[in-house]
Design a protein. Sequence first.
Length: 269
Amino acid sequence: MLLTSAKNPKVKSAYELRERGERDARGVTLLEGYRELSRGHAAGIPMKEVFYCPEMFLGRNEGALLKTLEDSGAVLYECSPDILRKLAYRDRPEGLIAVAEMKHKTLADIPAKPGGLYLVAETIEKPGNLGSILRSADAVAATAVIVCDKRTDLFNPNVIRASTGAIFSMPVAETTSEEALAWLKDLGIRTLAATPHTDFKHTEADMKSGVAIVVGAEQYGLSPFWMDSADIKVVIPMLGRMDSLNVATAATILLYEAARQRNWSTESN
């Protein structure tokens, strides 16, 4: 049966997942696009329903993916272009949207590695920034990301989109700043914070051994809690007129410096 009405109960139910409260209550979110669905499936994310529109497919592999998802237990619903656009977050939908189960994880669920490379994200507000941070952490094979005192939903579809599916491959825990710091100290992990109030360049800091790079809110940066607790404070040199970087950009620079020092080895992370 082709879904063509926005009043259809299945369409209405999926559309309601645009609201964070509904996602939290039902323990599911929306995944959109071939890459996100395929990476989510590869990571073992259960998909309950998939809405698809063949007219909007961009490639030739969507049919095989749909068959794989159906064999895994997903219920498929073919939709008209108008219905798919109604459910989509993207300006140019790819014709695939899934309702997927998502599980919030704690510190007990991520690797505890004394020599690891961690990224702590405190009070990040913008979904796009949080997704980009996850993508960069995956790019350098960081040990895990710890989201502290969250201000945005980790499973917001825009976080998933900006991460390009890295949210499925990267171990991520959600906790408070106090619990995160205590956990890192117990592991012997040093914390590194970027601030303009130091002359110690980020390239001069030793990131070869266990370290957690800590980044903060877009507008105000890190809280006094993390700034006062940081074992290492570094500055990312600003040579132009601007005095700060986007939080996701700053996180990427620091992560790549750590990876460079570790000789780009996933084993050291």
